[in-house]
Design a protein around this ligand. Sequence first.
Ligand code: KG4
Ligand code: ZN
Length: 353
Amino acid sequence: MLVLGIETSCDETAASIVKDGQQILSNVIYSQVKTHTPYGGVVPELASREHLLKIRPIVDQAFVDAGVTLDEMDGIAATCGPGLIGSLLVGLTYAKALAFSKQKPLAAVNHIEGHIYSVSFEHPNVDFPSLALVVSGGHTNLFWVESETGDFRHLRYKLVGKTRDDAAGEAYDKVAKLLGLPYPGGPVIDRLAKNGNRDAIPFSIAKISDRSLDFSFSGIKTAVLRMVKENEKLKEDPHRLDLVAGFQEAVVNMLWSTTFKAVNLLHPRSIMLSGGVAANSRLREIFSERTRESGLQFCYPKPIFTTDNAAMIAAAGTARLMRGETAPIDVNADPNLRLAVSDRNFSDKRWRT
Ligand code: KG4
Ligand code: ZN
């Protein structure tokens, strides 16, 4: 089964051809980062305009790289939300036009579900049920994931935890901006933190009630703001290195401590880590160590599949198409699309057992 995936939910124009949801024949990503860097974040209007310019050459390139044609596709999958509405519409409308003109089945894919499927290329055999932590610039969500089929063909999700304020990647990007570092801040802070002492500047982590599986990052971000205001020297190296190392440690601890709370509560067999922040070296290190200690399988994608890409959309779309879940040609983009509703009763029930 050959599927073309298209992703344009934020600032990457991406297209990919995937065979049987598993074998990546091509994976083309055009990043708009240069366009948005001067503004320290994504400018929605500029993003949609650039998607318009790039969508056609990027999709064409995906066919050239894969050595296949549109006629050979068994289906077309595109991200329909969540994301920036103007950006989403470019990729989804292009996919709809291709599907309509060639009479191909269309799959409308949730971007967050795509991130979860990004794990499936490296780890086709995840031990379900699993806890999926999706950490990106726009989202920090913890899902309970069950499989109907024991593999990635048919997953079911329950949202058990989410950020109450900033997304983890958003906190990285805002702290970077504050310290005069370029956008996106995550990779830069990750690199600089390696040369800092993570214990030099202590951060106290916001305590969320014992029963909650929610995250919070704005306190950690505000702590950086306050420290810098009180001591301008922290904006300069070598102090800045210690500051970003301490900040990163606090973020990673917040992510692990809440995930571990969920592990004790829900007893999954594995942890799946995905989204842009999943590329973070300290996060991977801590999660690797701690999951090993807890006897859990730990699954995460190669760095190229942590940030937004279309291979993950093609993989999630393939599963949908195989289940016969095709989208109507008038399917619309939804900037606030949810993957699963928050299910308090679910975690409460497990809490008692
Ligand atoms: O998944 P993604 O490409 O886009 C969204 O769906 O949001 O994630 C982008 C986010 C940015 O906030 C970026 O700073 C962060 O992922 N990021 C990282 C790292 N690489 C990217 N954060 C921490 N450490 C990294 N190595
Ligand atoms: Zn994303």
